[in-house]
Design a protein around this ligand. Structure first.
Ligand SMILES: [Zn+2]
Length: 499
């Protein structure tokens, strides 16, 4: 029987899009997800999340889980300095109050940015280290879209990033991080970690398709070699303007620095060699609709990738929705437009009534130019009203509660459109089901998401077509006013080199 050890677990996770005009406040975190102490276990046990994995992994490895702080917000603008300090201090206070602990396991994102803090995770880890000392084992779970720094690598014992986009393996990474800590605490392994950064950015791009699929297989082949404990690719997050931006590879070997370096270099070289395959195919909404209609069978899912709330976009862009209305698509639906004003108007009028709407296109109001399109002015029939609350059933995050706030299904010129109060991307068809829509019976289904929706729709969609209109998470990176990312960098600079 192995010795029982106490592992502090926690989460401070945010994917920061510095191009978003509005800063992210402490209130945004508190409203989205904020749990302390045993509430963390209550909220996450049994869910397919990082924390769900840590809780389960702790039990499997005979580790006592000591919950501290767990908070996250929907991807959005730069975190206010005071909000970052409040989260950091709550975590540090909770660690100090936890009594004797043997190790720490944290769920971070990797692409967090606060005012004055370009590398939120590196800064946070330095503060944790300053409190707990240089020798306590610290493991992290991280998002594939983390911009991983050498500083993060130096401050941790092991970092475990999700392999898949959609991130269907968050739970497994949580379990893995705890199993890793068990072996470290037992003196069974002596991990050495390597972070290899590439002068490269990847726009949102699924690992279901090439080249992501075979590059993952290369990582797993390295992980089978004796002595290599971990090998993972990070796409990084390009919708942000800070020096940590990069594609990277993280490897962990048991005592063998050369092995960790060799694996990291080989995988990084393979990513670099495959870079042209990462160039996106760009279809306008009109082209995407034409392509969808040319496909036999249904439903065809069109994803509005450039307005993905999961990457910090406002969720109220109207380019694709306007094109779908103009195309007069039969038996089709669209979700989810974040427009609290219209949701409120629908709830006030009641189901069955007809209202004059100005839908979406409002978030750019103060910005001089409507990147995400103008509001859609139309008459709409209120079909269904809901509280916008449901649980995910997709393999990615199954069991997690989604709260879109008061929501409505509107019939706009024959198209069923779901409007919400809160901003979140579409992960699966539960939001449609909640509003009485069976997407299987529909011709075209429009969703606001870049890739996570694939985990919830791939099995029921005849085909998936990506539309790329102007927007905060467009696939074409050349339009962003970068000034602080490292240059040269691919695909912006032809002179970028690696190796
Ligand atoms: Zn991600």
């Amino acid at each position: 029987m192995t010795r029982q050890c106490r592992i502090a677990i926690g989460e401070i996770a945010h994917e920061t899009n510095t191009f978003c005009p509005e800063p992210t406040s402490l209130g945004d975190f508190k409203r989205h997800s904020w749990h302390e102490g045993v509430d963390i276990v209550r909220a996450n046990r049994g869910t397919r999340t990082y924390l769900g994995g840590m809780i389960e992994g702790g039990e499997r490895a005979n580790l006592i889980v000591v919950p501290t702080l767990a908070t996250s917000a929907v991807p959005s603008g730069t975190i206010e300095a005071s909000a970052y300090r409040a989260m950091r201090d709550t975590l540090l206070g909770s660690l100090a109050a936890a009594g004797p602990i043997d190790a720490i396991c944290l769920s971070l994102h990797g692409a967090g940015v606060a005012q004055g803090v370009d590398d939120l995770e590196g800064e946070l880890l330095a503060a944790v280290r300053a409190q707990v000392g240089p020798t306590m084992p610290i493991a992290l779970t991280l998002d594939l879209h983390g911009n991983i720094t050498e500083r993060m690598g130096a401050l941790t014992t092991g970092m475990f990033g999700v392999n898949f986009y959609p991130h269907t393996d968050m739970f497994e990474r949580g379990v893995e991080a705890m199993a890793f800590l068990r072996r470290v605490l037992d003196g069974e392994i002596r991990p050495v970690q390597r972070v290899e950064r590439l002068p490269m950015m990847i726009q949102t791009c699924t690992t279901d398709l090439e080249p992501g699929r075979r590059l993952n297989e290369l990582c797993w082949a390295w992980e089978k070699k004796p002595g290599l404990l971990e090998c993972a690719i990070f796409h990084g997050f390009p919708y942000t303007d800070v020096p940590p931006v990069a594609v990277s590879v993280v490897t962990i070997a048991d005592g063998n620095v050369d092995l960790a370096s060799a694996a990291a270099r080989e995988v990084a070289s393979a990513i670099w060699a495959a870079r042209e395959e990462y160039r996106p195919r760009l279809l306008t909404p009109e082209q995407a609709i034409a392509e969808a209609l040319a496909i036999e069978g249904s439903p065809v899912v069109i994803n509005d990738t450039s307005d993905n709330p999961g990457g910090g976009a406002p969720g109220d862009a109207t380019h694709l929705l306007r094109a779908m209305l103009a195309a007069r698509l039969p038996d089709s639906c669209f979700g989810v437009v974040c427009d609290p004003e219209t949701a409120r108007q629908a709830h006030a009028a009641g189901a069955g009534s007809t209202i004059a709407i100005r839908l979406g296109g409002k978030s750019d109001g103060g910005r001089g130019f409507p990147l995400h399109g103008l509001p859609i002015e139309a008459r709409a029939r209120v079909v269904v009203l809901t509280d916008g609350r449901f649980k995910l059933t997709t393999p990615m995050g199954r069991g997690s509660l989604v709260d879109l706030g008061p929501s409505a299904r509107l019939d706009i010129e024959g198209l069923d459109v779901i409007v919400s109060t809160n901003r979140q991307q579409v992960f699966d068809d539960e939001v449609f089901r909640l509003h009485g829509i069976d997407v299987r019976a529909r011709r075209v289904v429009g969703v606001k998401s870049s890739n996570h929706f694939r985990a919830g729709f791939a099995h029921l969609a005849k085909a998936i077509v990506t539309a790329d209109a102007p927007g905060a998470t467009t696939l074409s990176l050349d339009g962003f006013p970068y000034s602080r990312i490292p240059r040269p960098i691919w695909p912006l600079d032809d002179e970028a080199t690696y190796g």
